[in-house]
Design a protein. Structure first.
Ligand SMILES: [Zn+2]
Length: 82
């Protein structure tokens, strides 16, 4: 089998897999593939870590308070202190 082509196909399903939106059949073939393919396992790990980091960032306030303070001051929004 063309291993490279197979990997590309598997990687194409990864984001759905991580989101839990992949069909059970495709999940199974992906997991089978991951057992045999170090390259794709690395891709999955990297992707999961990236997503975890992204979620952690999303939980924080999107704008640091200092930046927000300056922004409000510049906009003359004097109700910032409330
Ligand atoms: Zn692979």
């Amino acid at each position: 089998m063309n291993q490279k082509g197979h990997c590309a196909e598997m990687i194409g399903t990864l984001s759905d897999y991580i989101d839990g939106e992949l069909s059970p059949e495709l999940c199974q073939s992906l997991e089978e593939h991951l057992k045999d393919c170090q390259d794709c396992r690395v891709v999955v790990d990297t992707m999961k870590k990236t997503i975890e980091l992204y979620k952690m960032e999303a939980d924080k306030e999107s704008i640091p308070s200092k930046v927000k303070e300056r922004l409000f001051a510049r906009l003359n929004l004097d109700d910032f202190e409330k």
